[in-house]
Design a protein around this ligand. Structure first.
Ligand SMILES: Cc1ncc(COP(=O)(O)O)c(C=O)c1O
Length: 356
């Protein structure tokens, strides 16, 4: 799912924040260095860099809408003291999808490290650490990967990994892992060096099952369906006179996240209305965020939209709304992929046309 050259380049970590902290506190910063990012980042990809201020390291936040492309906005802040670009592959509050290949090429040319918070991509859209020439990639498993909380992945290229001094120690990060008498000891050459102690075995089994669902379906199919769902929702929102789409609708900037607002209802009222109608969503980015995964199918929609079913069913679940999503995704019939287009029009009319 990452297209890492080797599985040994991936460490299993607690979450995205932990992996970002490995990078931030592993690099040997010089006074005057800077990190370039955006002003749309989730706090995990901001505060860890801001925390380096006491080492005289500057955190620069690009306004991604001020240049011709979001990438140009980042590049404009780079200078000869830039050591790292750290960016979300897809912005959590707008759904903006970055051109990672372009940023990776730029970073290589400029000898800048490239760090990607990929939590809103992996499991939703295809991802390729080699194509993006990424040095560090991290993602928690509980969003689009449909895993449990408390287990994430951290990719580091072998060269970049060598630049990180270690900040956590324990038996599991030794090269000769099960030789408890080895004094002195060596650091594990692979990414396992970031796994200091006993693994989260329960979480690993659960994530493995979730990933099987995605891989059995095929990430190309998953991505196609996620983008089709988002595109349909965007079209429905754009064709409604009182709804305003806040996500960028350009195809190359599109992700699985769709954010919109109502021009006459408060965000809170709209959110409450949707919750009352069993539509799971989130308040983000000045509006309501939908993030419909690939597993919505015609049968579910029929059930969900039936007035007589008597069973409250979430019509559009968000993988960012964790509770209940993983079991739903793992139910066998839901792995059968079907196009959502046929039910989404009815949904959109019902949701967006009648009540608000
Ligand atoms: C872009 C992004 N990064 C990180 C996180 C969460 O970080 P962690 O995995 O450390 O909980 C989120 C959660 O919403 C997110 O949207």
């Amino acid at each position: 799912m990452l297209n890492a050259p080797c599985t040994t380049d991936i460490a299993l970590v607690k979450n995205t924040s932990e992996a970002l902290s490995f990078v931030a506190y592993g690099l040997d910063w010089q006074v005057g260095d800077n990190i370039v990012s955006s002003n749309e980042e989730f706090p995990s990809n901001r505060i860890v860099w801001q925390s380096l201020a006491d080492q005289q390291v500057e955190f620069r936040e690009a306004n991604l809408s001020t240049a011709e492309t979001p990438e140009d906005a980042l590049f404009a802040l780079v200078d000869k003291h830039t050591r790292l670009i750290s960016i979300s592959s897809i912005q959590f509050a707008s759904g903006l999808r970055m051109n990672l290949q372009r940023i990776g090429e730029f970073c290589k040319q400029q000898h800048i490290l490239f760090c990607i918070d990929a939590i809103q991509s992996i499991g939703a859209v295809q991802f390729d650490v080699q194509k993006y020439q990424a040095d560090f990639v991290m993602a928690d498993g509980h969003k689009w990967m449909l895993g449990p909380e408390g287990l994430g992945v951290f990719y580091s290229s072998p060269a970049a990994r060598e630049q990180l001094k270690l900040t956590q120690y324990g038996w599991h990060m030794m090269h000769d892992t099960h030789n408890y008498e080895n004094k002195p000891w060596d650091t594990h050459p692979a990414a396992q060096r970031f796994e200091c102690g006993s693994p989260n075995t329960l979480g690993i089994h659960a994530l493995s099952a979730s990933l099987s669902v995605l891989l059995d379906t095929g990430m190309a199919t998953v991505e196609r369906q996620v983008l089709a769902n988002a595109r349909y929702l965007m079209d429905a929102i754009q064709s409604h006179p009182r709804l305003e789409l806040l996500s960028n609708a350009s195809a190359h900037l599109q992700s699985g996240i769709v954010v919109f607002r109502h021009t006459q209802m408060t965000q809170q009222a709209l959110y409450t209305h949707l919750q009352e109608n069993n539509v799971v969503c989130a308040m983000r980015g000045g509006g309501i965020r939908f993030s419909a995964h690939f597993f919505y199918n015609v049968a579910q929609a029929r059930h969900a939209t039936s007035r007589n079913s008597g069973t409250p069913v979430a019509v559009i679940r968000s993988p960012t709304q964790r509770i209940g999503d993983a079991p739903a995704a793992l139910r066998p019939p839901q792995t059968e992929h079907k196009a959502a287009q046929s039910w989404l029009p009815q949904m959109a009319l019902r949701l967006f046309g009648i009540k608000f």
